[in-house]
Design a protein around this ligand. Structure first.
Ligand code: CP
Ligand code: NVA
Length: 297
């Protein structure tokens, strides 16, 4: 059985605690040669700036060799099966970092691979992003009990929201999801975390006294056909100077990026002193190192 990470649900409380410790160590020490001689593939079917770069840098800093694979350059794009491709990858690589439009493709890769597969974003989850973001919250609030920090996610119940709900279930986080009706996170995920997460549709009430305000784009990659409708449905869910008045004064604003400024967030909020979006982006490197290390160990 290889140690893949395609969902936050693949991890237990203790795994997460170990990964958070490891992220901190990698952040202090920057490099390690512990995976020298290994090769890690990065198969991307969708655009990426941060995840691709942070994983490539992370793999190099671990002494391993990153190999970027554009799907359209492979025989996958000419009809070779995932089964055959996964077998080939298992012969050449030690692990695969995979960004795909379908979680089902991710599961197929895992089923046919002998090497660990790491989800670098799918339509359903973005687990490495959320592990990194929780680390960032812990880093910015080192003396606070993470369970007591009030976290609001406002926007689409998408891949980011799904992974956030799952991690909230494992770490017992105080998470509120505020979204328009019909845009809730996956119902099976909500059920799996025993409906512990508060769901609301009223931004003004949801933001009252929260410590963390997290948002993401309203139209994720692959959903561009719904953009017009979504712009209308999400209009009241923008994080702007007026809405943010309800949050605690020392709140932290998070966004996984890329942002659509003027849609889910206004310019003054993303550029404000409360915004931690660059810290989030930086921590993706150390998180990628810790996750590669977890999966290869
Ligand atoms: N946050 C994130 O995953 O960004 P990229 O799409 O640029 O990788
Ligand atoms: N929800 C966004 C996240 C991008 C990092 C998307 O899937 O496009």
């Amino acid at each position: 059985m290889n140690k893949s990470l395609i969902s936050i649900a693949d991890l237990k409380y203790n795994d997460l605690e170990k990964i958070f410790k490891q992220i901190l160590l990698f952040k202090k020490n920057k490099a390690s040669n512990r995976h020298k001689g290994k090769s890690v593939g990065l198969l991307f079917e969708k655009f990426s700036t941060r995840t691709r770069l942070s994983f490539e840098v992370a793999i190099s800093r671990l002494g391993a060799y990153p190999i970027y694979i554009n799907k359209s350059d492979t025989q996958l794009s000419r009809g070779e099966s995932i089964k055959e491709t996964a077998k080939m990858f298992s012969l050449y690589l030690d692990a695969l970092v995979y960004r795909t439009s379908k979680q089902k493709h991710m599961e197929d890769f895992v089923n046919f691979s002998d090497i660990p597969v790491i989800n670098a974003l799918s339509d359903f989850e973005h687990p490495t992003q959320i592990i990194s973001d929780i680390f960032s919250i812990k880093e910015m609030k080192p003396t606070e009990n993470i369970k007591k920090i009030k976290i609001l996610y406002i926007g689409d119940g998408n891949n980011i929201a799904n992974s956030l709900c799952l991690i909230a279930g494992i770490l017992d986080l105080n998470l509120i999801i505020c979204c328009p009706k019909g845009y809730e996170p996956d119902s099976k995920i909500l059920k799996s975390v025993k409906n512990k997460i508060k769901i609301t549709h009223n931004p003004q009430l949801a933001i009252k006294n929260v410590d963390i305000v997290y948002t993401d784009i309203w139209t994720s990659m692959g959903m561009e056909g719904e953009e017009k409708r979504r712009l209308k449905d999400f209009k009241k869910f923008q994080v702007n100077s007026e809405l943010i008045q309800g949050a605690k004064k020392d709140h932290i604003f998070l966004h996984c990026l890329p942002a659509h400024i003027g849609e889910e967030v206004s310019k003054e909020i993303i550029e404000s002193k409360n915004s931690a979006v660059y810290l989030q982006a930086e921590n993706k490197i150390y998180t990628a190192m810790a996750i590669i290390d977890h999966c290869l160990s």
